[in-house]
Design a protein around this ligand. Structure first.
Ligand SMILES: [Cu+2]
Length: 165
């Protein structure tokens, strides 16, 4: 079931990224991140970095990282890199094993268009302590990410319609 949700999420993200990757609709969309999308890490990262196709404006650039219980684990210090202006980062608290949801939102410094997205990563085995009790938070985090992706897709489609009108 989780695998199915993750597959659905991945597909949704690909669809979401689709319009942004076309040359006609140049929005600030996800290129890559550290940790990467769906990564499983041995050690906890100290930061989350997101690279976009356009430079985000400093005002409005936001990366939010939450644990499986929805608790914020970032230090609320999102900044756009001075040396690498299409990259933004946020610092993390000391996080333990588990799955984390990253949500980002920006306003493009290049054309003023807002965009947003989300992805998950895990520290340790994603199946650590896997039982009925622990499976559901992982499921709900995948479901939340999926819902956010669908929301982003809706926004992208509205954006496209706005553009072509
Ligand atoms: Cu744009």
């Amino acid at each position: 079931m989780l695998r199915l949700l993750v597959a659905a999420l991945s597909m949704t993200l690909i669809v979401t990224l689709g319009p942004g990757s076309g040359s006609t609709y140049a929005h600030a969309v996800y290129v890559r991140s550290e940790p990467p999308f769906n990564a499983v890490l041995d050690t906890a990262p100290a930061q989350v970095k997101v690279w976009l196709t356009q430079e985000p404006a400093t005002a409005g650039a936001r990366i939010k990282v939450m644990d499986q219980m929805g608790r914020k684990v970032d230090k609320d210090d999102t900044k756009v890199s001075f040396d690498d202006p299409k990259m933004m980062s946020v610092s993390l608290n000391n996080i333990s094993e588990g799955s984390y949801l990253v949500e980002w939102a920006v306003v493009s410094a290049e054309d003023g268009d807002p965009s947003q997205g989300s992805f998950t990563f895990s520290v340790g085995s994603p199946n650590v302590g896997s039982n009925a009790g622990n499976a559901s938070p992982a499921l709900s985090i995948a479901a939340a990410a999926l819902a956010i992706s669908i929301l982003s897709l809706g926004i992208s489609i509205r954006g496209l319609r706005g553009r072509s009108a």
